[in-house]
Design a protein around this ligand. Structure first.
Ligand code: SF4
Length: 496
């Protein structure tokens, strides 16, 4: 088995994060994955657009691998999808199968060498793997692979999964048996798209922590696409077929689609934060758009927390559906009070000191006419560190709001995530160290209320035990070994 390391320079490498653009202090998304099996299609271009729709899930790097017979073509680099690929590059990525990835680094640092897809050469030809999630047994898996004399190029758990499958193939197994054997050495969250010369695999861990959906292209039974979210299918005109089930491996070849339930104990624990915030509101989970779920979160908040006010506004964009739901339930009119600069991405130019002091304005600007003299309900989906909330509240008061009542459409985030979302270490989570009252004082609001855990679950209209909500409860559905309760750079530390 030979590893194909990454390719071009990291000249597009973005700033680490994001003082400059005043990004809200939200948990960082994990990754977006996309795959397509479509003889006669331009698979690279479809993958490009699939990744484009999934850009919100990861903005540090992007990559596409295509399969042309036994040959793999790979391009990946630091930056947004639109920065990493040009028409020329896409034209060189020919083939009938493609795998794509948008990355935010949750394990391994932000370097091009860690960009995905991870490609390894095996006895049966190359394999390209795109991973969304995080393994929690990386130390164990690394030791296991080292005992088999496997080499590593990167520091990611994703590469280890690719290497584990490659090692099984090289020991004589065929693709499916090799993959299933490798998954039995993996513990944690993984939604995977794996390309091979013979077909495309779509896989979810036994708990289905991260989403993964399958679609068909023009109803053709041998042309399929898989994506982290349905918005990745919509953009290429693919029709949503179904979710990949927890503990399922879907194998798409010229014979069509086959399904293998490889885990003896699948038990769905979908990340509830995907529903509250990470996934796009137009994506479908549990048979409805997340916009509808988020509206219900707002309604539920208004039921739990009657509030006297003149106007309900949102922290755009993620707070908008809950704010509308709150308004509909409470009867308090909804309005726009903050205008978002939609063209703020990451910038390489540092703002002046004066601009930094102006706070949030590079990204959000208050509408003075709407706010002046008003008692405002400000709705957001979560508070993680609290730094941005304080700046927003100050901007609203400076614009003339007479009262600011903050309402959060999820419970306090008190625990870090180990399943592929960067929620920071526990000591940086404001709700882990402060009471709600103290948080309210710190961010400068007249009142602060979070939605209850029960309310968040009622709004799902599903059984609460089919979700992971560990960052609100500390009740981790997949056990976290003590030795990995550390920073996201744990693999690099182990190496040192
Ligand atoms: S800990 Fe929180 S962010 Fe992580 S998977 Fe569970 S619900 Fe999602």
């Amino acid at each position: 088995m030979i590893l194909q390391s990454s390719l071009p320079s990291d000249k597009y490498r973005p700033q680490s994060h994001d003082e400059y653009t005043q990004q809200p202090d939200k948990p960082e998304e994990a990754c977006g994955v996309f795959g397509i099996y479509a003889p006669e299609e331009n698979v690279a271009k479809s993958t490009y657009f699939g990744l484009f729709a999934l850009q919100h899930r990861g903005q540090e790097s992007a990559g596409i691998a295509t399969f042309e017979g036994k040959k793999v073509h790979l391009h990946k680099n630091m930056g947004l999808v639109s920065q990493v690929f040009s028409e020329d590059i896409l034209n060189k990525l020919s083939g009938t199968i493609a795998v794509g990835h948008n990355r935010y680094s949750t394990t391994g640092s932000s370097h091009v060498v860690n960009a995905q897809p991870a490609v390894v050469e095996t006895r049966l030809g190359p394999l390209a793997l795109a991973h969304n999630g995080n393994l929690v047994n990386t130390s164990e898996l690394r030791e296991y692979l080292q005992s088999k004399n496997c080499d590593f190029v990167t520091t990611t758990d994703s590469e280890m999964i690719a290497i584990a499958i490659g090692a099984e193939v090289d020991s004589g197994k065929e693709w499916l048996d090799a993959a299933i054997s490798a998954f039995n050495h993996c513990t944690g969250a993984y939604s995977l798209v794996i390309g091979t010369p013979d077909g495309l695999m779509a896989v979810r861990d036994p708990n289905g922590v991260r989403p993964l959906v399958i679609g068909t292209l023009e109803g053709n039974p041998i042309r399929y696409a898989v994506a982290s979210e349905t918005c990745g299918l919509d953009i290429i005109g693919a029709e949503y077929l179904r979710d990949v089930e927890p503990g399922e491996l879907v194998w798409i070849t010229e014979a069509g689609m086959a399904s293998f339930h490889w885990s003896p104990k699948p038990a769905r624990k979908l990340c509830i934060f995907e529903m509250i915030y990470f996934a796009r509101p137009d994506s479908i989970m549990h048979h409805e758009t997340l916009y509808s779920y988020r509206l219900r979160l707002g309604r539920q908040m208004a039921k739990e927390i009657p509030t006297e006010a003149d106007i309900v506004i949102a922290v755009p964009d993620s707070g908008v559906p809950a704010a509308i739901g709150f308004s509909r339930e409470s009867g308090i009119p909804y309005g726009e009070g903050l205008i978002k600069n939609r063209y703020v991405g990451r910038t390489f130019i540092q703002p002046t000191q004066h601009m930094r002091e102006a706070g949030i304005r590079m990204k959000l600007n208050p509408l003075k006419d709407v706010l002046i003299g008003k008692r405002v309900v400000l709705v957001d989906d979560s508070i993680v560190r609290g730094t941005t909330s304080r700046k927003i509240v100050k901007a609203l008061r400076d614009a003339g709001a007479s009262e600011v009542h903050m309402r959060i459409s999820s419970p306090p985030v008190t625990h870090p995530c180990f399943y592929g979302i960067d929620t920071d270490s526990q000591d940086h989570l404001i709700a882990a160290t402060k009471s709600v009252e103290d948080i309210g004082k710190q961010i400068g609001v007249d009142s602060l209320v979070y939605l209850s855990w029960e309310g968040m679950m009622i709004a799902t209209r599903e059984e609460s035990d089919s979700f992971c909500s560990a960052c609100f409860t500390g009740d981790y559905p997949i056990a976290i070994p003590e030795n990995i309760k550390r920073s996201k750079l744990m693999l690099e530390k182990i190496k040192i």
